[in-house]
Design a protein around this ligand. Structure first.
Ligand code: FDA
Length: 405
């Protein structure tokens, strides 16, 4: 069977569906193709099943990229409010959880239904459970004009020709629900460079020697400030049976590279130096004093770790020298730890790195080397912070390409 379309979009996730809607509105015949049996599984599982679909305070500074300005144009043309308008049109109720993060009141399935309805309204065709086996770019006029080029896709069930090919296959995270390296392989085929890829928004693991000390703390959550490579986040950290997780750790993981230490301030909201000075002549045990500001279970385990250093944390406050108190402050407000790695793509929310943005037009998402070939969404080297920014990038980049395909 042979299909002829104006636009084929590979990847029926967030970016792919947004692009299909916009191209369909322009009267383009669009086919959305995906190898999964179900649409947009990542939207379904996102935000704990309620999809943190955007962030009201989206700025280019919320995104990492080798080319930090690339995302500006697309974000300016399709803003968080534009997606919110879509929710209002479909009577989907939502709320702000914190820090501008918008979630559905009910279920992330509502976002999938919204996108599907918008696609159907502009006659987007679907081809799910389908594998692309080969992509060729051929000249239909026999002359050298790039406008006469088209793509021929051979899939496990048909051959499709299209003038525009959009790659919206996302990143490598969660292969269990369909993530694949397809987008990067297409880039390689057309000689388009890809920046180095890393799991991001991901939990970090302890080195074996740290694990023996800190595994006891599994389940403890502490409000902290985490810093690494010039970035800093103030949110919760969570001790796990393998290392550290929680929003602050997920955020900093995007800035972390193997071998880097992270710095943790476990008492960011307290002037701990002043507190220790105030009790300097008191008989209260340091551990009892600290347990007023930190979870007791944390203080107990931390004390055991400290006992193995020259700092004994079990003494009455009046027995500490100024030097010792400074050492304690340093341990609590500038705890340095070097993770052994991350828990990897099976658990990461996103992939950092991707299609080199210098290969793409920031206006259209089209590649300069191969006219007619577009990349959108997470497959590009644009990675958002935690908090709805990655979906906003999917909507904005999908919208941008949708105006030109
Ligand atoms: P996306 O991954 O959505 O879609 C890619 C599509 O391509 C999939 O349908 C896949 O099946 C298909 N595909 C892959 N390989 C293919 C192949 N070889 N052939 C055909 N099709 C192929 N972000 C956020 O802003 N707020 C949030 O709440 C969350 N929560 C969240 C939770 C979890 C557990 C994860 C893993 C991720 C998030 N994210 C998030 C991140 C967000 O889900 C992600 O950034 C976007 O879904 C990216 O959208 P894309 O459309 O680019 O890819």
């Amino acid at each position: 069977m042979k299909l002829i379309k104006d636009v084929v979009i590979i990847g029926a996730g967030a970016a792919g569906m947004m692009c299909a809607i916009e191209a369909g509105k322009r009267g383009r015949s669009v086919l959305l193709l995906d190898h999964a049996t179900k649409l947009a599984e990542k939207i379904r599982i996102s935000g704990g099943g309620r999809c943190n679909f955007t962030n009201l305070y989206t700025h280019p500074e919320n995104f990492l990229s080798d080319n930090p300005h690339f995302c500006r144009s697309a974000l300016a043309r399709f803003k968080p409010q534009d997606f919110v308008s879509l929710l209002k049109k479909h009577d989907i109720l939502y709320h702000e959880k914190k820090l501008g993060q918008l979630f559905c009141n009910d279920s992330s399935q509502q976002i999938i239904n919204l996108l599907q309805k918008e696609c159907n309204a502009v006659n987007v065709a679907w081809q799910l459970s389908s594998r692309v086996e080969r992509i060729d770019r051929v000249n239909i006029s026999g002359e050298g004009d790039s406008h006469d080029q088209q793509f021929i896709l051979r899939t496990d069930r048909n051959t499709i020709t299209a003038k525009s090919l959009v790659i919206a296959t996302g990143g490598l995270s969660i292969p269990q629900i369909g993530a694949s390296a397809f987008g990067y392989r297409v880039a390689e085929q057309f000689n388009i460079s890809v920046t180095s890829l890393h799991p991001a928004l991901v939990a970090l693991t302890f080195r074996p020697e740290d694990l023996t000390h800190y595994a006891e703390m599994s389940g403890i959550s502490i409000d902290a400030v985490i810093s690494c490579n010039g970035a800093s986040f103030h949110e919760n950290i969570l001790f796990t049976h393998r290392g550290l997780s929680g929003p602050a750790i997920l955020q900093i993981s995007s800035y972390w590279s193997p071998g880097d230490a992270i710095h943790i301030n476990l008492l960011p909201q307290y002037a701990i130096t002043d507190i220790l000075s105030e009790y300097k002549h008191s008989a209260i045990l340091l551990t009892n004093l600290l347990a007023r500001y930190l979870p007791k279970r944390f203080v107990d385990t931390w004390s055991q770790v400290m006992l193995q250093t020259e700092l004994n944390p079990m003494k009455p406050m009046k027995q500490y020298s100024d030097n010792e108190l400074n050492g304690i402050v340093e341990h609590l407000q500038n705890w340095k730890i070097t993770p052994s790695g991350t828990v990897g793509y099976r658990k990461a929310e996103v992939t950092r790195g991707g299609i080199n943005t210098r290969e793409l037009s920031s206006k259209t998402m089209e590649t300069s080397k191969v006219p007619g070939l577009y990349f959108i969404g997470e497959v590009i080297d644009v990675t958002g912070h935690l908090g709805g920014f990655n979906f906003q990038w999917a909507w904005s980049s999908g919208y941008a390409a949708g105006q030109y395909v």
